[in-house]
Design a binder for this molecule. Structure first.
Ligand code: GLU
Length: 296
């Protein structure tokens, strides 16, 4: 039992749940139940163009079929822009957020000139072109200064202890650089929205897939600068496709087959290292909570 425990599952409804997202959903639910806490669902649909109509309802129905029912009505990020605008205004006022006029091509060109283009699949680390002003160009996006201070601009390294991965560190300034808070197309960035919402919903424990572990330092930094509490983090093992790549809707991961939801839950649990035998959803979930508790 952990008093004040509030957990959440925060799917981006870019399509139906897949095997990987069920693992994250189940892990966050088991952890909340094992600790006598509450479990919330937040629909992360800030990137509206990537969210087909109806996918949110489908995801919620899939969760329900698996017995994963939130303790409060879900919230939709697409309706929470005012909260994100407030947070951005706070970062603008404190001088940590700055306007950026660069297009992707500008950024690539600047990096190429510095012989700093990343390898395949690596992220572009923003070269800082607009840190000292826009040179008369119109601002397109808002970025966060990723350094330890605003004057000398020393590197900033963040450290945290993941409940599964153990001690972690990241040099935010070098590994990520000045990241986007509000995109040039006007959409809110995941990093800002997730931090604002985790705090607004009182989330004490974030349990999610390991592909997001390297996003955590960005979120820790935003929490520090916005004066928000830091939740505990647990990143669950990724489900890899046959090609060894992370399963995602983008690489065509098959939608979850929920003809037999108990079987789907057993498969997700096995991925978390829990060997369950129940034949109904209720049995598998109850057994899962016991097994999760025993392991903690
Ligand atoms: N919406 C994110 C995703 O589906 C997860 C966010 C989170 O759990 O922090 O990848």
């Amino acid at each position: 039992m952990r008093p004040g425990y509030i957990g959440r599952f925060a799917p981006s409804p870019t399509g139906p749940l897949h095997a990987g997202s069920l693992v994250a959903a189940l892990a966050s639910w088991l952890d909340a139940r094992a600790q006598g806490g509450r479990w919330l669902v937040r629909i992360e649909d800030v990137d509206q163009p990537r969210c087909p109509k109806g996918a949110d309802a489908l995801v919620l129905a899939q969760l329900e079929r698996c017995g994963l029912v939130p303790d409060e009505a879900p919230v939709w990020q697409s309706q929470r822009g005012a909260l994100y605008a407030q947070a951005l205004a706070q970062l603008q006022a404190s001088g940590w957020a700055y306007a950026c006029a660069c297009s992707r091509a500008d950024i690539q060109q600047a990096l190429a000139a510095q012989h700093a283009l990343p390898g395949r699949h690596a992220e572009l680390v923003y070269p800082g072109t607009c840190r000292n002003g826009l040179g008369g160009k119109p601002g397109r996006a808002w970025r966060l200064l990723s350094t330890a201070d605003r004057e000398a601009r020393q590197d900033l390294t963040l450290a945290w202890t993941d409940r599964r991965l153990g001690p972690q560190t990241q040099n935010l300034s070098r590994a990520v650089g000045d990241f986007v808070l509000k995109r040039a197309d006007g959409l809110w960035a995941y990093q800002l929205a997730v931090v604002v919402d985790d705090a607004a919903q009182g989330i004490s424990d974030v349990v999610r897939g390991q592909d997001l572990a390297d996003n955590t330092p960005r979120q820790l930094r935003l929490q520090e600068l916005l004066g928000l509490p830091r939740p505990r983090y647990l990143h669950t093992p990724l489900v890899l496709g046959e090609n060894g790549e992370k399963l995602s809707k983008q690489n065509g991961a098959a939608a979850l087959n929920l003809d037999d939801p108990a079987a789907a839950l057993r498969a997700a649990a096995l991925h978390l290292g829990l060997q369950l035998t129940g034949s109904t959803v209720g049995e598998v979930l109850a057994e899962g909570v016991e097994a999760w508790l025993a392991r903690m």
